[in-house]
Design a protein around this ligand. Structure first.
Ligand SMILES: C[S@@+](CC[C@H](N)C(=O)[O-])C[C@H]1O[C@@H](n2cnc3c(N)ncnc32)[C@H](O)[C@@H]1O
Length: 244
């Protein structure tokens, strides 16, 4: 798939490709009942430039991590971080489609997907990725969720972009319906969105290009403004669950 250059320029130098922070990922990691010394296997799906991949590897200091993404461009950035952190023996990146994951059943203790399950869909991801987990293994995904009573504008904005935006309560029901034990949830705070949007906006303001580049910038700015105007309505929410 050919990705236009402006797409990469928009996200250039961002340490993550979605709103988040080490602090928020840390709160999620604290809900996992593995010891930092355990020899566990972790899969990071749609890892992007791998900020959370490296954090997971540094936290679980004997863990082995496979990180997959569809785009080599991002994996190259992750590979640099793997080298800088001297993690070559424990962290491995692969270009792979999350719709066709080439891993055996029950291979992982943790499957982690930050802001990427929407690509396959929340319910489908919960269903398809379950086979990858060992018994008692953790699935951790973050997904756009209503955190308040959504305004008409927010509903209109998300309609057609992602049809599975739902309340936390309904997402938890879907998790239980799929047979997982629900452990807890962590909402990505407004401050994480603010930092992410400011960095992204800085890049967008420098981006010049043809009509399709301008349309791309317009769409992203629309997304940023939609959030700023309705930041009490929705956020990414991490859901931590366990395979029974
Ligand atoms: C919103 S970004 C999140 C990246 C990273 N997890 C983060 O939070 O910074 C979604 C990621 O999914 C990747 N992606 C898109 N389609 C994919 C697919 N079919 N299979 C695997 N990765 C995909 C994108 O390249 C991107 O890195």
């Amino acid at each position: 798939m050919d990705i236009p250059l402006y797409f990469y320029i928009a996200y250039d130098d961002l340490d993550r490709l979605s709103p988040g922070s080490d602090k928020t990922t840390g709160r999620v990691i604290d809900m996992i009942d593995f010891d930092i010394d355990d020899r566990i296997n972790i899969l990071d799906i749609g890892c992007g430039v791998g900020q959370a991949t490296i954090q997971l590897a540094n936290h679980f200091r004997n863990g082995e991590i496979e990180a997959i993404d569809l785009f080599r461009h991002y994996l190259d950035v992750l590979d640099e971080k793997i080298k800088e952190n001297n993690l070559q023996k424990r962290v491995f990146s692969y270009k792979m489609d999350m719709r066709d994951l080439d891993f055996a059943n029950e291979e992982f203790d943790i499957v982690f997907a930050e802001s990427s399950i929407e690509i396959i869909g929340f319910k489908k991801g919960l269903h398809e990725w379950k086979r990858l987990l060992k018994p008692n293994g953790y699935l951790i995904v973050s997904d756009v969720s209503w955190i308040g009573r959504p305004s008409k504008e927010s509903r209109k904005f998300w309609k057609g972009i992602y049809d599975e935006v739902d309340t936390i309560e309904n997402k938890v029901s879907q998790i239980r319906d799929e047979g997982y034990e629900f452990i807890g949830n962590v909402t990505v705070p407004k401050g994480d969105w603010k930092t992410y949007h400011e960095q992204l906006e800085g890049n967008l303001n420098k981006l010049n290009g043809d009509a399709s580049a301008r349309e791309f910038v317009r769409q992203l700015k629309k997304e940023i403004n939609a959030y700023r105007q309705n930041s009490d309505d929705y956020s990414y929410v991490f859901y931590i669950m366990r395979k029974c």
